[in-house]
Design a protein around this ligand. Structure first.
Ligand code: ADP
Ligand code: AMP
Length: 220
């Protein structure tokens, strides 16, 4: 399966991506995670990306497109992939389409996790993430089993620097102007599927399995 996840910041893309990646045995590729890893390792890419991420802006297309294309060339993407947080602009979407076309491949679906704006501030300011394995938690909606420790790897969970209320508002504006048009873009190509992201985490996953199961059986 070749899947991209769409939805505003805080929709639950990272949360659901872990479960989808396990179920379908495809790598979860999060551009945000790639940038954060580079920031923590202070690579040139990380230093450049940080200046945009801290302000809630998008990292320039050229840089982002190159990173994703490199990643998609890895052996583990041969049977599919799950892109989380990419594409975020129409230029990135066109680049992905051309990249796949050149290999005679195409996306199976662009899966929108639909969540209205009023849910987002609460979700993002309460988010806690594991800096080591990338797992995402919420202080109220999805707490860690042991306070402050990742359920998966036991590392201390942290609050992301860009999850403050003012940066979240900037990120939502960026989403509306630059990323939301992708919903129409994929709808016009007959690739959009949508689930209601305001349900519980388990119910969202059930709906996602329903959608992906139907696509998978159409393909076989
Ligand atoms: P995204 O990757 O789309 O930015 P995350 O998966 O990190 O979003 O989720 C954002 C926050 O909302 C996290 O704190 C997560 O635990 C919480 N969350 C995710 N899905 C739900 C849900 N269905 N209901 C309530 N909280 C959720
Ligand atoms: P995320 O972890 O998906 O919330 O991404 C965190 C931040 O990384 C975003 O607010 C952007 O600054 C940057 N970023 C992640 N993915 C992209 C992308 N596809 N294009 C540009 N910037 C991105």
């Amino acid at each position: 399966m070749k899947i991209i996840l769409l939805g505003p910041p805080g929709a639950g893309k990272g949360t659901q991506a872990k479960s989808i990646s396990n179920k379908y045995s495809i790598p979860h590729i999060s551009t945000g995670d790639i940038f954060r890893k580079n920031i923590s390792e202070k690579t040139p890419l990380g230093i450049e990306a940080k200046s945009y991420i801290d302000k809630g802006q998008l990292v320039p297309d050229k840089l982002t497109i190159d990173i994703v294309q490199d990643r998609l060339e890895h052996e583990d993407c041969k049977n599919g992939f799950l892109l989380d947080g990419y594409p975020r602009t129409v230029s990135q979407a066109e680049a992905l389409k051309n990249f796949l076309n050149e290999k005679g491949e195409k996306l199976d679906t662009a899966l929108l996790i639909d969540v209205q704006k009023e849910f987002i501030i609460d979700r993002m300011t309460g988010r806690r993430v594991c800096p080591d394995c990338g797992a995402s938690y919420h202080v109220r909606f999805n707490p860690t089993k042991v306070e402050g420790k990742c359920d998966i790897c036991g590392s201390v969970v942290i609050q992301r620097a860009d999850d403050t209320e003012s940066t979240v508002k900037d990120r939502l504006d960026v989403y509306e102007t630059q990323t939301q048009p992708l919903i129409e873009y994929y709808k016009n190509q007959g690739l959009l599927s949508t689930v209601d992201g305001t349900q519980s985490i388990d119910d969202v996953f059930k709906d996602i399995c329903g959608v992906l199961g139907a696509i998978n059986s159409d393909n076989n």
